[in-house]
Structures are given as C-alpha cells and as structure tokens.
Design a protein around this ligand. Structure first.
Ligand code: GUN
Ligand code: ZN
Length: 468
C-alpha cells in the first residue's frame, strides 16, 4: 500500500477524552487532509496546506466538498435479525421475542438462507459505514462461519459469537442446545475464529465473544459454565456480550422476571457470578474490559458502579428502546457513573442500520427526559459515542476510533450530494457568526442528515471495504 492522501472536511474526536470532554476534543478541519502511510495507518491529519513534504507525492483522493469521519462503531446489532427489523407481533420485549424473533432466527438453520443473510448483513454494514461492530450472532455454527467468512472478504472488523440459549418455551426450542453443547460450540467458535485472519488478536479484524442471549434464555448452570470458560480464555482477549436491564413492563418485564428467576436484587449479579449458592466466593464473573451489555435502561446505581469498576461498557440503543417501549437509558446518571457509553443499532429491535440515525434518536430521547434529567447532547458527544466511545467499548481504542497519528485508518467518505436534504442543510442552513457554534451546527446537521445514500466510500485499516 503506497501513501494515500484523502481530502475533505474532517471531523473527529482527538485524543482519549471522556464523553464529557468530547466538545473540547472536537477537531474540525474544513480544508483537511488525511494521509495514510503504506501500512494503512494515519500518518498525518491536518490542514491540506500543511501536509509534510515527505507525503506530498502520495496518491490524492479529492473528496471535496465532502466530509471524512471516523468509521462508525455499532456495539450491538443482531445478525440473525437481518430480515427482522420492523417485525410486528404486538407487545413489548418478551412477547416480541416469542412471536417474532425466535421464529425469524430459526430460519438460519437452513445453511443457504444463513449464507444469503451473511452477505446481506455485511452489505448493509458497508452501506452504513459501520467499520467495527459487536454482532450478536446466530445460534447455528454454519451461520456464524458464513458471517465471519463474508466479513473477512469485505474487509470489515467484527466481534461476534453464537447466541447461547439453554432454556425457553417451544418457540425458542430450535435455538436451544444442551448445557454441554452450549460450552462446546462456544469453545469451538473461539478456537476457529478468534484472531483467525492474522493469527494474532492484537492485529486481527475478526474476534469472538461469548454471548448468552440474556439471563432468561440460559440457566444458572450455563452462566456458571460460561464464567469458567471465560476465566480460561479471558487472557486471549475474548469478549462477552449480552443484554441488561432493557425492559421492565410491570408484570411481564424482563428485569423483574430475571430477579425472580435468579432470586437476586440486581440483574447485573447474574453476569457477575453472584446468583450461585455461596455467591460471594463462588462463580466466575463475565464482566470486564471486553464485556459490552446492551440497553441498561433500568440500572440501579450499584450496577452502574460495578460496571464502571470492572470496565464493562454500555451499548445504548435508543431506536430499539423506542420500538419496544423499553424506556430511555438515563443519560446524566449513566454518564456520571463513569461507565463507558457506546451506541448500538440493535437491528432488528431497531429499524435503522445507520449509526448516525441512532445518534439522532439519542439526541431526541435525552432532550425529552423528564425535568432536570433532560439534556441537549452536544454534537461532539454524539460523534464520540458513535466512533471513539465504540472503539473504547471494544477495548480497541489504541487501534481505531479517531484520526490520531499511528492509528489504523478506519474512515467513511460522506458526499452530501447523495442526499438532497443533507445537501440543503449544509449549503443553506443558518450558521452562527460565532465560529465555534457554527462548527457545532455543521457537525449536528451532518450527523442528523446523513443517510446511506450519503456514504460513498468506507475504509478499514486503510483498505476500501468491498460489498458482494
Ligand atoms: N433480549 C434478549 N434477546 C433480545 C433481542 O433479540 N433483542 C432485544 N432488543 N433484546 C433482547
Ligand atoms: Zn439486542
């Protein structure tokens, strides 16, 4: 790979700030240049007029008047729900799972169907500029093989694992396995795919996660066994992913049902080895720097504190929370806890693949939170949770997430002319005479207005991602 120079208006969040420091770390370079070295890393990010002389002979890709943004990071998206967005079944989470999701996901038992879905899923990611993702996988190993194979062909990053279920009603039956198979299949997936593309997890694009669907889909025995498995493979950089405190509809809510089933006061305890008899000394925890828990709408302070303490991250999925009537992750309280916040599309609980659409709904739900909890997210905070925050949640902030020199070059090219509404917003929208506010207004318009039609090129570690 030779040196490449990409020109456009650059936005990114520099350094390694907290979400509350994102505005101060926001970088906007209207006449910007992103220079990639021959290894696909960021050699220079700055003003076009200041490109260091050693790079001046690089191949120029002139995207002006377009924009260059870090690749989007989706930390919660369901592969076996590729064809299940907008599913109508009446009711909230638990009814929707039984009526719509389990039957939809059972279709992946057919290898041809699963293969076609893997191609579709990967293409949707490229269209949406999602360069890195934590992907909740299919129960079927052949479907996971197709997903990893297609992702590798496309050149995207992925962390994924088969969705583990060992208990449920007859609609869940096709997705369930015995206790033994739950551990065996998970171990086999780790051995087959974790770091498989380069043979080194620190340079790989492919990684594996242990994914119990949620506490109600597995038994205490499964969680105990998975805790032991994780204890064995944690040092290999394996991930953990699941759902937490998503829906608490009175009477039939997931949160109360979980506490009742496991006889715990805190849902998080079920992932922390604490539901076991003699819990304080007992089961091994699934929490840690490589664990991401989706939703966290109804967390107690003690749960948020424990997540922050262990380095466990939140995947905030506002579109899906609206669709399933789950409520809103409390922004101020979650930020105050110090836990890392990233965002997820949660497609098919959500009905959009595009992370900026998730950010748009995050803005809307948080400004609507009651009383003093209502907050107008800064556009830099929106960009942060959709890019650098996601890289941090994946524990790969040292590799991607912004345009700091030396990082692997993950970025999207945005051409506003592909989306007339966005084009109009950027050309003719009112901008303040205060340059800082004008900058923020432009970034906000960009994040709110981007659609798949605006994203023309997608790069991971300096290489262009390829659809099939
Ligand atoms: N909790 C358990 N399974 C699921 C799922 O498929 N989607 C969502 N949104 N929540 C879940
Ligand atoms: Zn989900």
């Amino acid at each position: 790979m030779a040196t490449h120079i990409h020109l456009g208006h650059i936005f990114h969040i520099a350094g390694a700030p907290k979400v509350t420091e994102a505005a101060a770390a926001l970088v906007s370079i209207p006449d910007g240049a992103l220079v990639l070295d021959d290894g696909g890393r960021i050699a220079f990010c700055g003003d076009r007029a200041e490109i260091p002389s050693e790079y001046e002979s690089g191949t120029v890709h002139d995207h002006r008047p377009g924009f260059l943004l870090p690749g989007f990071v989706d930390t919660h998206v369901h592969f076996p729900q590729t064809y299940a967005g907008d599913s109508y079944g009446g009711g909230q989470l638990l009814e929707w799972l039984t009526l719509c999701m389990f039957p939809s996901e059972a279709k992946f038992a057919d290898p041809e169907f699963a293969q076609q879905a893997a191609v579709e899923f990967t293409n949707r990611r490229i269209s949406a500029g999602t360069t890195a993702a934590m992907v909740f996988g299919s129960a079927f190993p052949h479907a996971q093989d197709a997903l990893f194979t297609e992702t590798q062909k496309a050149g995207l990053r992925i962390v994924s694992g088969r969705g583990i279920q060992t208990v449920g009603d007859e609609t869940a039956q096709p997705l369930m396995t015995s206790e033994e198979d739950a551990i065996r299949l998970t171990r086999e997936e780790i051995d087959k795919w974790h770091g498989a593309d380069t043979g080194d997890v620190d340079t790989a694009l492919l990684h594996v996660a242990i994914i119990p669907r949620f506490s109600l889909s597995v038994t205490p025995e499964t969680l105990k066994n998975l805790g032991e498995l994780y204890d064995e493979v944690r040092d290999r950089g394996v991930y953990v992913h699941s759902h937490l405190n998503e829906n608490n509809r009175p009477g039939t809510g997931e949160v109360d049902s979980t506490k009742e089933t496991y006889q715990v006061n805190s849902y998080l305890d079920t992932y922390d080895g604490k539901f076991l008899p003699g819990s304080a000394v007992g089961g091994k925890s699934l929490l840690g720097r490589r664990t991401i828990l989706a939703h966290c709408v109804h967390c107690q302070d003690v749960e948020l504190e424990r997540m922050a303490e262990t380095g466990t991250s939140v995947s905030h999925c506002p579109i899906s929370q609206l669709f399933l009537g789950s409520g809103t992750m409390p922004w101020k309280r979650t930020v105050a806890s110090g836990v890392t916040i990233s965002v997820g599309s949660d497609f098919g609980g959500g009905d959009e693949w595009l992370i900026p659409r998730v950010l748009g709904d995050a803005f809307k739900v948080h400004i609507t939170e009651a009383g003093d909890d209502g907050v107008s997210m800064h556009p830099a905070e929106m960009l942060f949770v959709g890019t650098l925050g996601g890289a941090r949640a994946l524990d790969m902030e040292n590799r991607f997430g912004n345009f700091d020199a030396g990082k692997e070059a993950d970025f999207v090219v945005v051409d506003p002319s592909g989306t007339p509404t966005l084009d109009g917003l950027l050309r003719n929208g009112f901008r303040s005479s205060d340059p800082e506010l004008a900058r923020d207004q432009t970034l906000f318009a960009l994040l709110m207005g981007i659609r798949e039609t605006s994203i023309t090129e997608v790069y991971v570690a300096g290489k262009r991602a390829k659809s099939s």
